[in-house]
Design a protein around this ligand. Structure first.
Ligand code: CA
Length: 228
C-alpha cells in the first residue's frame, strides 16, 4: 500500500504541481481546496502526511496545524507547511505549533518530495532519526546513530547535551530555534534549567567545532540557527 498524502491548498495551479510530483513518485494523494473540505476528509481516512498551505481562504494554516496537534487521534500525522512567507519568526511559529517541516514558495518540487520522504522515514521509525547522517557543507558530518560528529573527517568529542543541540539545529538548517525550544529538546519540559544554559553549551560546542562552529549563528533576541 502506497502512502497517502493530503494536500491542503487553495491555489489549483500549485495543488496540480504538487499532485503531479506525488504521482510520479508513486504516492497516493488527495487535494482539498478549503480547510472545511480537509476536516471532512480527514474524518473519513487519515493520511500518512499532510502538505499544508499557510494562507487559505477559510482558515489560517497554522490554525489547522494547531487543531490537528490538539487532537489525540491526529496529533502524530506529519505536517509540512507550504508558504510564501519566509520570515524566520513564522518558521518558529510553525515549529512550535507542531509542523514537522517547512517549505517556502516558490519551491522546488524535487526538494518537497525529498522532505516528504525524509519525514515519512522518520515517522515510520517512530521519531528516531537513526540511519540519518547529516552533512553540512562537506566539512561537518553528524551521525545520529553512532552519536558521532566529525569536522573534515576528524572525530570531535562532544557531551550529550552539545550533541543534542547540534542535532536539533542540523536537522533543520536555516531554521531559527528559540532557547526555549532547544531546552525542550534536551531536557523535556524541565523549567528548572534557564535559557542562559543554552548559550553556555553553544559556546562550548562552537569551540569544539573549530571553524565549523561558525555555522551556528545567534539570532539576537530569538535564539540560534545553523546556516550553511
Ligand atoms: Ca494559499
Amino acid at each position: 500500500m502506497k502512502e497517502l498524502i493530503y494536500i491542503v491548498e487553495d491555489e489549483p495551479d500549485i495543488a496540480a504541481l504538487v499532485q503531479l510530483h506525488l504521482e510520479k513518485t508513486g504516492f497516493r494523494h488527495r487535494w482539498f481546496q478549503t480547510a472545511k473540505a480537509f476536516f471532512n476528509g480527514i474524518e473519513k481516512s487519515h493520511p500518512d502526511l499532510v502538505i499544508l498551505d499557510l494562507m487559505l481562504e477559510d482558515m489560517d494554516g497554522l490554525e489547522i496545524c494547531k487543531n490537528l496537534r490538539n487532537d489525540e487521534k491526529k496529533k502524530n500525522i506529519p505536517i509540512i507547511m507550504l508558504t510564501a512567507r519566509a520570515e524566520e519568526i513564522d518558521k518558529i511559529l510553525g515549529l512550535e505549533l507542531g509542523a514537522d517541516d517547512y517549505v517556502t514558495k516558490p519551491f522546488s518540487p524535487k526538494e518537497l518530495i525529498a522532505r516528504i520522504k525524509a519525514i515519512l522515514r522518520r515517522s515510520q521509525k517512530q521519531g528516531t532519526n537513526s540511519e540519518i547522517i547529516v552533512r553540512i557543507g562537506e566539512i561537518l558530518a553528524i551521525d545520529s546513530e553512532k552519536f558521532q560528529v566529525s569536522v573534515r573527517g576528524e572525530n570531535i568529542d562532544l557531551t550529550t547535551t552539545e550533541f543534542k543541540i547540534l542535532e536539533i539545529l542540523s536537522n533543520h538548517p536555516g531554521w531559527v530555534f528559540s532557547r526555549e525550544k532547544i531546552l525542550d529538546h534536551i531536557w523535556g519540559y524541565d523549567k528548572a534549567v534557564i535559557d542562559r544554559t543554552v548559550d553556555v553549551h553553544i559556546r562550548h560546542l562552537r569551540e569544539k567545532l573549530g571553524d565549523a562552529g561558525a555555522f551556528i549563528k545567534n539570532i539576537r533576541g530569538i535564539g540560534y540557527k545553523l546556516e550553511i
